[in-house]
Write a protein that binds this ligand. Structure first.
Ligand code: ADP
Ligand code: 5GP
Length: 202
């Protein structure tokens, strides 16, 4: 599950509530070359890597996707997503819109969700409330202009007005998506094998 939004749209908080709500969800920790912010933990919030290390990961094909956002490199390690899927869990990626498109291209089974605040006033309030300096707010709003143009491309749109409702909506999307026939053909096949195996005995 890939969640994108303009900066301040609620990706981080929605993700954290989603993980608390249901143990099926697991956060796919991504790599970044940006400096660690106070309170962030390496390996939990991000893998903080040098530009050289990032370049090496990219060249070795270890990133599912990557993008440059606000001057820093970000990328999703393919292994963390593959491990989560193998364990039958739902990897949650909170990445920028370009990254979301790249993931969908290489991995069409991904479900993409665009989070949108109810209005611009709320977005500005939330960015300020997070402690962003006025110049950072301006940069993020400018980027948001391009990002929202890509909203129509996403599978789902969730309006992040009341946090609890937005989280439940994202969880409901995941729930429905896990029930798609195409994701469950192994179960149908298994039932078919049981029927074949029982031929003449029932
Ligand atoms: P992003 O990760 O997309 O940049 P955040 O999750 O950091 O956005 O959210 C930006 C700020 O807005 C944070 O301070 C967060 O706690 C707050 N916020 C997000 N969604 C809501 C909501 N539905 N109601 C109130 N505050 C919210
Ligand atoms: P921040 O530096 O504020 O944590 O994140 C900046 C932006 O980079 C956010 O939109 C965030 O979702 C995005 N981002 C984080 N990790 C990745 C990643 O692995 N790939 C891509 N494409 N974007 C990411």
């Amino acid at each position: 599950m890939v969640i994108s939004a303009p900066s301040g749209g609620g990706k981080t908080v929605v993700r954290s509530e989603l993980l608390k709500l249901d143990r099926r969800f697991v956060f796919s920790v991504t790599c970044t070359t940006r400096p660690r912010r106070p309170g962030e933990v390496d390996g939990k919030d991000y893998y903080f890597v040098t530009v050289e290390k990032f370049g090496k990961l990219r060249k070795e094909g270890k990133l599912l996707e990557w993008a440059k956002v606000h001057g820093n490199y970000y990328g999703t390690p393919a292994k963390s997503v593959a491990d989560a899927l193998k364990a039958g869990r739902i990897p949650v990626m909170t990445i920028d819109v370009k990254g979301a498109r790249s993931v969908k291209k290489v991995f069409p089974a991904a479900v993409t969700v665009f989070l949108l605040p109810p209005d611009l006033k709320t977005l500005v309030q939330r960015l300020r409330g997070r402690g962003e300096a006025p110049e950072n707010v301006a940069v993020r709003l400018e980027t948001a202009r391009a990002e929202i143009k890509m909203a129509a491309w996403f599978d789902y749109l969730v309006i992040n007005d009341r946090l609890k409702e937005a989280v439940l909506e994202v969880a409901a999307i995941a729930d429905l998506e896990t029930r798609r026939t195409g994701r469950n053909l192994d179960k149908v096949k298994d039932f078919g094998s049981q029927l074949n195996g029982a031929k003449g005995r029932l």
